[in-house]
Design a protein around this ligand. Sequence first.
Ligand code: COA
Length: 282
Amino acid sequence: MTDATLGLASLPQQNVLVKVEDGIAWVTLNRPSKRNAINPGIVFEMVQVMDVLEMEDSARCVVITGAGDAFSAGQDLKEYFREPDAGHPIARERLHRANAAWQWRRMMFYSKPTIAMVNGWCFGGAFQVLLACDLAVADEEATFGLSEINWGIIPAGIVTKSVAMALSQRKALYYILTGETFNGRTAEDIGLVNFAVPKDQLVARTTAIAKKLIEKNPQVLRAAKTAYHYTRDMSWDAAAEYLASKNDQTAFRDPEKGASKGMNQFLDEKSYRPGLGAYRRD
Ligand code: COA
């Protein structure tokens, strides 16, 4: 693991570009000539980026996107598959482990909200990045595809599992088995992304969503997404018990004591309505 306290200045800014502006960390996969295919360079740099941003107070929401006309063409067929497959088996294992560490183990339970901004091609392993992000916005003309079947493998990594969690059985199996591409509009219709917008509105729409998230209590945002992921695999009774405890834990740990502040503002001061917006966090 990287020393996350080294900060933004320690990042290589080569395979992945990072800039933080107004609370939003813009993380750009940066191999446009290879359509941002995920090679070992991206894998190990992303592990570092996610480590550093987690401890970086100026970054309160993370947006992941791609340079040029691709979000990402998936795992790099040469540098992630063919070369490591022919190389040292432990080196290959370490690469796959680092990829999993970034693409789902870390991102799914990341301490800060994450948004995928799909600006173009999105294939195979890129679905993993897309689905590990909390939310997603796409260019309506972006092209998506589970292309694995076209070159003789199944959507592995953890892509099949992610797709099964996100889409209906009919949609998931259709795209897994046919490899047919679809655009951003369809991605919105089937629930793969939250919104599809014209290209010239992509950044503005993503920024607006990020700003909405940044206004919320960060401790509670963290707990809400953790609870979402864990309760999906629990029985109803276990989920109710877990959620009660998680709620108490969150209130106990919350440095700004949001729940009592909000209640006070609504019930005593009558100065805001929780249904219509966030309590004042001053
Ligand atoms: N792995 C390795 N290299 C890739 C790649 C991938 N997943 N996707 C693109 N590239 C490379 C190409 O080999 C090419 O390299 P070169 O310039 O050295 O020849 C370069 O990126 C540009 O690709 P090209 O196919 O010419 O671009 P395009 O704009 O015409 O087409 C795609 C874009 C994304 C449709 C096409 O590159 C493609 O089908 N990529 C593979 C997508 C895929 O199946 N991914 C699943 C991986 S899990």
